[in-house]
Design a protein around this ligand. Structure first.
Ligand SMILES: Cc1cc2nc3c(=O)[nH]c(=O)nc-3n(C[C@H](O)[C@H](O)[C@H](O)COP(=O)(O)OP(=O)(O)OC[C@H]3O[C@@H](n4cnc5c(N)ncnc54)[C@H](O)[C@@H]3O)c2cc1C
Length: 387
């Protein structure tokens, strides 16, 4: 159902490769991980071994040197096969900041090891309890002392820290009352978590198996050369990577949408009530047909955004629209799926309820739907900024 990557040989190969890997990790695997709230380490290792998590690392540093559209196929296909790309996606989300703003020294130090799988860059530390969506309000501070920065503060919802060697951390390097623009004064750091002293990690159980955590920084010393880009310009480095992140999430949502539709149309053809397949009823058929239309339309916007991104053209509007359309469409398919399955939609062995919970996340994280609408309102429609 709806495989628009078939036009490119690389993408066809990626689809095949991810499909082969996913075949070793069937529904039961993901179900067990979900029940135990465990990290799917074996699956992530298999992706790493196949080189897929180094997809965006340029070939000169040992990676596959693929484009964002290609990388998006990897995440889409994981979700399309019933898995969850979440445990592995951050390395692709954060790569842009390192590639575009990292120094040559940082790239040489880290990229070959990330590409080979020795080092994992799976943690991204932005959200704070008192700032939330308003990133410019973060308080975690990094104060320069000689050849070090000393970090103090608190982060929340920081996923996969226990399974990452590196953390991309946004912290305040200039106090708020000393900056001219609220987007200034924040800096981005690539923190090596191995052996780091002073960080307390407190797991936070959530509705989805995402292994997310509260982090407490207590006089944590990091080397000054962990700074990515210029001091005070960290938000710019992060925002610069947002289009890539939005396009990749859109692809995950499309993958979910395809999974829900395939599972559910199969079920609707087979399940007989009142002596006929339930899929014959328009009350069941039409929500699925509408969801298919919306997943397909979102997919067109995803490819439009990815093509613009990969040809270095402005794509802010398209990346945001792709993410919004895809997250809405995957949530619509999830609702239609649970309704079509009746009581079985709630039974864990059908996996619908698990994927239902998983795809709901995309309305909120990593960026909420409201913030996308605010972007379109302000930057595309030129309406006054709403926050
Ligand atoms: C499972 C999970 C994993 C996560 N992983 C990470 C991670 O690895 N790293 C990381 O940094 N963060 C992570 N997050 C955090 C996530 O990015 C935030 O939850 C999200 O950005 C929203 O922030 P908040 O929860 O503080 O909501 P709030 O900022 O409190 O917002 C609450 C609601 O109000 C809305 N809202 C707020 N302001 C406005 C406005 N001006 N206009 C309209 N609506 C508004 C928001 O859209 C939202 O719906 C994760 C979250 C979850 C649930």
């Amino acid at each position: 159902m709806m495989n628009d990557h078939a036009t490119s040989e690389i993408r066809r190969d990626l689809v095949g490769l991810v499909e082969r890997i996913c075949a070793d990790y069937p529904d039961e695997y993901w179900r067990d991980m979900d029940v135990e709230r465990a990290y799917p380490g074996a699956f992530v290792d298999a992706l790493t071994k196949a080189g897929l998590l180094g997809a965006l690392v340029p070939e000169e540093y040992g990676g596959l040197g693929l484009g964002l559209g290609d990388a998006s196929v990897i995440l889409e296909e994981i979700n399309h096969h019933g898995g969850n790309a979440g445990p592995a996606h951050a390395q692709l989300y954060t790569m842009g900041a390192l590639l575009r703003h990292g120094s040559e020294q940082q790239k040489r130090r880290y990229l070959p090891h990330i590409a080979s799988g020795e080092l994992r860059l799976q943690a991204f530390g932005i959200t704070e309890p008192t700032a939330g969506t308003d990133t410019t309000n973060i308080r975690t501070s990094a104060v320069r002392r000689g050849d070090r920065y000393v970090v103090n503060g608190q982060k929340v919802f920081i996923s996969r820290v226990q399974h990452s060697d590196l953390l991309m951390l946004l912290a305040r390097t200039t106090p708020k009352d000393q900056i001219e623009k609220r987007s200034h004064g924040l800096s981005l750091f690539l923190v090596d978590l191995r052996g780091l002293q002073g960080v307390t990690v407190r797991p936070l159980r959530t509705m989805v198996n995402h292994e997310t955590n509260e982090l407490f920084f207590d006089d944590v010393e990091i080397p000054a050369d962990a700074l990515i880009g210029e001091e005070g310009e960290g938000l710019k480095c992060v925002l610069d990577g947002m289009n890539a992140e939005r396009i990749l999430i859109a692809a995950e949502c499309i993958g979910d949408g395809r999974w829900f539709l395939e599972r559910t149309t199969d079920y609707a053809r087979q399940r007989e009530v009142f002596d006929r397949p339930i899929g014959q009823n328009q009350g069941i058929q039409f929500p699925l047909a509408r969801a298919f239309v919306n997943v397909s339309s979102a997919n067109l916007m995803r490819w439009r955004a990815a093509d613009l991104f990969d040809t270095d053209q402005p794509c802010g509007a398209e990346a945001n629209m792709a993410k919004l359309l895809a997250a809405d469409a995957s949530w619509e398919t999830a609702n239609a799926a649970i309704q079509t399955h009746g009581g079985y939609g709630f039974a864990t062995e059908y996996d619908i309820e698990r994927k239902f919970r998983e795809t709901r996340l995309y309305q909120v994280a990593p960026v909420s739907t409201n913030l996308i609408l605010a972007y379109i309102g302000e930057h595309v429609l030129r309406l006054p900024r709403s926050f």
